[in-house]
Design a protein around this ligand. Structure first.
Ligand SMILES: *[C@@H]1O[C@H](CO)[C@@H](O)[C@H](O)[C@H]1NC(C)=O
Length: 476
């Protein structure tokens, strides 16, 4: 052996020895922690109790002891290296969020929650302390709730969640200010005028909210541009939306908004919370296991953009492998819809009163390839998801041509369909609302979408400042 080859092999030996020593040390280190850290307790998952409107959705708390880390999960470390805390760090979080301490009547109070005197927020770190959200149709628009409890848990060391958003307690540190008004719930449950009241609770709360915000220095600073308002139900914030239109909204679509108040430049489209049960990827029926070609169940006669439903009904109702019926969304209706979609190759999403509906997300959860016939629809997370990989889009004007739709769908062979189905199984997790939030779920995705809107928002603010601020200098 020559000297030349000896040197590298010695170096190699040294390296191997050094890495062995390191490995032994790190294993010892891990063992020390495993004594009190990685013990598995029961993992309770968030499951809808049932689909009755009176039922409640109970979030459960999974503490850090309950689940081992996943490999692709990058936990946010505490800045103090001595701690093994999972708390998200303000410097590493994607988004710093300030939360107004609005009185509970705007949020958890609408769920019947009453804290101690002076208590504004429930303790989300304890499983029994989170007020459950009403089940049934209310759930479709419950993201106001999931985002709020996620944010409340963001500084709790015992909750494992992605470090996408973190709550900050000083608004000057914030990228965005969350207005914690459960506007969809307020619309769904409190828009009737009762007893001696002159206005509904929903209207009263909106008036109070506008007054509160317009008087805040935080709002005045940028005319509310850095404020986040969740208004997912198309009829939520009906009174206040015009007055607060400069804020960033979380919406289902833009159907009932003028473009000046709601647009993709500043707003975020969030998925509906699906009502049918998620099909487990392993149990999802493949092509030959889905005897129904096309599935649609819902109200058939709708106003506005919904006329196409009626026309399609007459075109499709006599086809043998098409299920196209009136359906109630109450109790049994949802279970039936879940079974129907899970046995169908294609699920129709036709514009109704509004361009969007929870049906699309029910189809995704059932791995039934969505056929979208809704020209004005906006889709959640479309900057990261290419919906054409797992959805079929048909223009409404084409869909109502005789034979057009079925020609397309019958023309999609098993291989092509299976590719879309495989993609559906991959992306379905992006539409799951849960607590604690998991990497890539709906809550995590929404925070990421919001963070994408921050820098364009700042750009607009700075451009607006150009002459406005210079003017001020002259005036003084
Ligand atoms: C918030 O932060 C700003 C800037 O760092 C500071 O001037 C202000 O005093 C802080 N406010 C509170 C209430 O701590």
């Amino acid at each position: 052996m020559s000297d030349k080859s000896l040197l590298p092999s010695r170096l190699l030996l040294c390296l191997i020895t050094a890495s062995m020593v390191l490995l032994i040390f790190s294993s010892l280190f891990l063992l020390q922690f495993s004594n009190h850290s990685f013990i598995t307790r029961s993992v309770s998952k968030l499951i809808p109790v049932n689909n009755d409107a009176s039922a409640y959705f109970k979030p459960s708390v999974r503490s850090e002891n309950n689940q081992p880390m996943r490999i692709n999960e990058v936990p946010c470390q505490s800045s103090d290296p001595g701690k093994t805390s999972n708390a998200c760090d303000i410097n590493r979080a994607l988004l710093r969020v300030y939360l107004y301490d609005l009185p509970p009547e705007f949020h958890f109070g609408l769920l019947g929650w009453k804290g101690n005197a002076d208590q504004i927020w429930p303790d989300v770190t304890k499983s029994g302390h989170i007020p459950p959200y009403p089940g049934g149709l209310n759930l479709q628009h419950s993201m106001e709730y999931w985002l709020t409890i996620d944010l409340l848990s963001s500084t709790a060391p015992n909750i494992i969640r992605p470090c996408s958003a973190i709550r900050v307690y000083n608004s000057s540190q914030a990228d965005i200010i969350l207005v914690p008004f459960f506007s969809s719930l307020s619309y769904n449950r409190y828009s009737k005028v009762t007893g001696k009241e002159k206005v509904s609770i929903n209207r009263m709360l909106q008036n109070k909210l506008v007054e509160f915000l317009k008087n805040r220095d935080e709002w005045k600073k940028l005319d509310g541009k850095d404020h986040l308002i969740v208004a997912h139900h198309p009829n939520s914030m009906l009174v206040a939306r015009k007055k607060l239109g400069s804020a960033m909204f979380i919406l289902a679509d833009f159907g009932r908004y003028p473009a000046r108040i709601a647009n993709l430049e500043k707003d975020v489209i969030a998925p509906y919370k699906h009502l049918v049960k998620t099909v487990d990827g392993g149990k999802s029926a493949p092509f030959e296991g889905r005897p129904i070609l096309v599935y649609f169940q819902g109200a058939i006669y709708r106003k506005d953009g919904g006329a196409v439903r009626q026309e399609l009904y007459y075109l499709l109702k006599d086809e043998k492998d098409v299920h196209f019926t009136f359906g109630s969304t109450r109790s049994n209706g949802i279970r039936q819809a879940g079974q129907g979609m899970g046995s169908s190759k294609f699920c129709l999403n036709i514009a109704g009163d509004t361009p969007s509906s929870n049906r699309l997300f029910d189809a995704i959860a059932s791995h039934c390839v969505p056929v979208i016939i809704s020209d004005e629809i906006e889709l959640p997370f479309e900057d990261v998801l290419d919906y054409s990989e797992f959805c079929i889009f048909v223009r409404a004007s084409d869909a109502i041509k005789k034979g057009f739709l079925l020609n397309i769908l019958r023309g999609i062979n098993q291989d092509k369909w299976t590719n879309m189905w495989e993609r559906l199984k991959q992306i379905a997790r992006h539409f799951e609302y849960q607590y604690p939030s998991q990497p890539g779920d709906a809550v995590d995705m929404i925070w990421q979408e919001i963070s994408h809107k921050i820098s364009p928002m700042q750009l607009r603010v700075h451009r607006d400042n150009r002459y406005r601020k210079s003017q001020h200098l002259v005036d003084v």
